[in-house]
Design a protein around this ligand. Structure first.
Ligand code: 4AD
Ligand code: MG
Length: 457
């Protein structure tokens, strides 16, 4: 708890406290009777004349602070100016409360910092996610998005701590790239790239290829950055701009990076569970797609591994025995469809599963060819509801094999000068946040979503 409190400390005014610091004070007796100053936004106000209960939220936690205003409170300019949504600064004495929380603030001074007219769209509670998406510039102030962004922060912070503790170096790979690492036609082209760089330039679909050059020097590296894809997939799991976490390890194979994925997911879910319990409970209560149980399950993740070929056999058996009618019949050589992934995670394994060794025909050129000549040493980690969370592989380190599929000389050079096997994966961070928050649409895990026909904020 102490660690958390330090995180939210604001060192502006000696008496300045966040709502979290007041309500979650480690020893509530110590703070009783103390004078504190709290800044935030007014959520509701009740009362009559010069007596009122103000409920103030400041974004530091799910809970709001109840502030009691009475005849002795100096209100500037006046209590009747304090409407829902205004920004306020309140100074007062912490006292025991008869309300929902143990503590409240008896205000000595309350000062209006920013007015808020009646057309403020967040007047009432309980707006739909669709409505909130239309006011993305204000939605962070709602209970739901406050929770989403605090959970997102906690997961992001845990990501860096995990890799740091494991001896990885964070490398900042470029956002502007001269090539499409995946070999797929889903790039955003930079308008003046050709004039400026003398060659076409694009927004990165992944930091992997450049990361490999750092990996063949520092051995354990990762990048965690925005990634861009112009694929026109108007789905609940795709964004045009999303955050990808990509670790890359030298002298490692597929098993090692699959183990890394499992330990990472265990660690990050433990951290989120311990830092964001109130937010998770709030979301669980309001969104049926979130259960703390699912996150607890992830904090102790046991992830089955199965080859693509075995997965196809399982799916074909299911289709045959009429247990399951698939829209796309499962065929060796075709990629798994969402319905296949859901069947595997939700019905066969009732949890996460790692599928390995897909056919090389629909996988990128850099994945290491298996001896069977048909498949590559790759893995996808699939989750119930979310689908593909992680995709990775061993990288083709044999110069001659790679050369037949790749003309990027700098990338080939990495295989000429001290080549070593490397392996890594990429995880859609926003999809992980979906899993932690129960947001059915990935657009509700980011501040300002970018998707086809969507860039208003
Ligand atoms: O499977 P992908 O395409 O793998 C790569 O880009 C590799 N270069 C990663 C690596 O090996 N270093 O993407 C990785 C993950 C996917 O599993 C998915 O979770 C997420 O990125 N992802 C998206 N998330 C949101 N919106 C999109 N449009 C996404 N496309 C991929
Ligand atoms: Mg993939």
């Amino acid at each position: 708890m102490r660690g958390l409190l330090t995180r939210w400390r604001v060192i502006l005014h000696p008496m300045r406290q966040t709502v979290r610091q007041v309500l979650h004070h480690p020893a509530s007796n110590d703070i009783l009777g103390k004078t504190v100053e709290v800044c935030g936004w007014l959520r509701t106000r009740r009362g009559k004349g010069n007596f009122a209960f103000l409920v103030i939220g400041d974004g530091s936690c799910q809970a709001s602070l109840q502030v009691v205003v009475d005849a002795e409170t100096r209100c500037q300019p006046s209590l009747n100016m304090f409407a829902t949504g205004v920004a306020l600064k309140v100074r007062g004495i912490v006292q025991a409360s008869r309300g929902q929380q143990d503590l409240e603030l008896l205000a000595k001074e309350a000062e209006l910092i920013g007015t808020c007219p009646q057309d403020y769209p967040l007047q009432k509670k309980g707006h739909t996610l669709e409505f909130l998406r239309q006011i993305a510039h204000l939605r962070a102030r709602s209970n739901t998005f406050g929770a989403v962004f605090r959970i997102r922060h906690s997961a992001s912070h845990a990501t860096h701590s995990f890799f740091h503790q494991q001896g990885f170096a964070c490398v900042h790979t470029p956002i502007i790239t001269p090539s499409d690492s995946e070999g797929a036609g889903e790039l955003f082209t930079i308008k003046d790239g050709e004039n400026f760089f003398g060659t076409p330039a694009y927004l990165a679909v992944s930091g992997q290829l450049q990361l490999e050059s750092a990996c063949l020097a520092l051995q354990k590296v990762y990048t965690f950055a925005p990634t861009f894809r112009a694929e026109n997939s108007n789905t609940t799991r795709h964004l045009a701009e999303f955050w990808m976490l990509e670790p890359e390890v030298a002298f490692a194979d597929l098993n090692a990076i699959a183990d890394l994925a499992v330990s990472y997911l265990r660690y990050v879910s433990k951290q989120v569970l311990s830092e964001c319990r109130d937010d998770l409970l709030f979301l669980q209560q309001h969104y049926e797609d979130l259960s703390l149980e699912a996150i607890e399950q992830m904090s102790n993740l046991q992830c089955e591994r199965i080859t693509y070929t075995d997965a196809i056999n399982l799916l074909q058996e299911a289709a045959k025995s009429t247990k399951r009618a698939f829209e796309f019949s499962p065929q060796w050589g075709n990629d798994l469809q969402t319905e296949h992934e859901r069947y595997l995670t939700e019905e066969v394994f009732a949890g996460a599963v790692i599928v390995t060794d897909y056919p090389k025909s629909f996988k990128p050129f850099y994945m290491r060819a298996n001896d069977d000549g048909k498949t590559v040493a790759c893995m996808d980690l699939l989750l119930p509801k979310v689908g593909e969370l992680i995709g990775g592989s061993e990288r083709e380190e044999r110069y001659e094999v790679l050369k037949s599929n790749c003309d990027m000389q700098w990338y080939l050079d990495l295989r000429r000068f001290g080549a070593a096997p490397t392996a890594g994966w990429g995880m859609g961070f926003d999809r992980l946040v979906q899993y932690f928050t129960g947001m059915r649409n990935i657009r509700d895990t980011v501040l300002s979503p970018r998707a086809p026909d969507l860039i208003p904020f």
